[in-house]
Ligand binder design. Structure first.
Ligand SMILES: Nc1ncnc2c1ncn2[C@@H]1O[C@H](COP(=O)(O)OP(=O)(O)O)[C@@H](O)[C@H]1O
Ligand SMILES: [Mg+2]
Length: 264
């Protein structure tokens, strides 16, 4: 499990996090919401050890991130997959290269291993037929076509799927999505939400989804934490979020209510 305890972080005299507490249960999809600039990405960077807390601790599987050696941090990062804001693919690389780059950089040169890995993760995100059809001619044909495509040949939704596939390469226990549906149209957003759910279930991954897209939250969240003024202003499930009497919370979700996208 991931535990964030009393996390404080300032930049200069700007206090971004002022005592954040969040527990992410194993197997859950935990959404972190809050308006732009509320510190969601900063929080995520602490979990993966890219930023150091001014005060407070982050525990991943009972290991306190800040106390880890570089090597231990490296080990724990292997259990984590990241889907960055935007698709963050390398434009000059094809799909295959974008998927295997991490493995390649860590010294893997066995083309069979690289191929198998790419095929497996691309099947998991629905860009290739089910892996069980691997030996069929139609599978091979689709693979041969997809492999050499550049990000610019792909739709926004497909690029996002490649981003998710890349995050799955190391068989992560945790996967972190930073604004996975931002910039996508509503239909594609819904497909990506379904993918987030599906990956969580079928691969038994614990997911943290940072978003300000309330439609996504309602579709994917088991648990929601809302950041506001540097603290967790709301923590609960989707129903609790909809029912919240806190003005700050209801104001945040009201525009979605007005659009008639959900009742209650
Ligand atoms: N490395 C940094 N240096 C200075 N300020 C930063 C840094 N990273 C984030 N901030 C500031 O922290 C606040 C929260 O940022 P962020 O976590 O990116 O917000 P969001 O909730 O939109 O993801 C913003 O005001 C941002 O400008
Ligand atoms: Mg952000």
């Amino acid at each position: 499990m991931i535990s964030i305890k009393n996390l404080h972080k300032s930049f200069g005299d700007k206090q971004v996090l002022r005592g954040v507490n969040i527990d992410v249960e194993i197997g859950s999809t935990h959404c972190i919401i809050g308006k732009s600039g509320s510190g969601k990405s900063v929080l995520l960077k602490h979990i993966v050890g890219l930023l150091k807390p001014d005060k407070g601790e982050i525990y991943v599987d009972d290991k306190e991130i800040e106390s880890l050696t570089y090597k231990e941090l490296f080990e724990i990062r292997k259990s984590m997959g990241f889907v960055f804001q935007g698709a963050a693919l390398f434009d000059s690389y094809n799909v295959y290269e974008n998927i295997i780059i991490g493995l390649y950089e860590h010294g893997e040169r066995d083309t069979k291993v690289l191929d198998e890995t790419a095929v497996k993760v691309l099947s998991s995100v629905g860009l290739l037929p089910n892996i069980s059809e691997r030996e069929t001619a139609s599978f091979q044909k689709e693979w041969d076509i997809l492999k050499y495509k550049k990000p610019s040949d792909l739709s926004g939704g497909m690029r996002k799927r490649v981003g998710v596939a890349r995050a799955l390469v190391g068989n992560p226990k945790y996967i972190f999505y930073d604004e996975p549906t931002t910039g996508l149209d509503p239909v594609t957003s819904e497909q990506i939400d379904d993918l987030v759910k599906e990956i969580g279930k079928s691969l038994n991954v614990t997911s943290i989804v940072i978003t300000h897209d309330m439609f996504s939250v309602f579709r994917v969240a088991d648990r929601v934490s809302m950041l506001h003024d540097g603290i967790v202003r709301f923590e609960g499930d989707v129903q609790g979020l909809k029912d919240s009497k806190d003005e700050v919370v209801s104001e945040f979700i009201d525009r979605f209510r007005l659009e008639g996208e959900f009742d209650s």
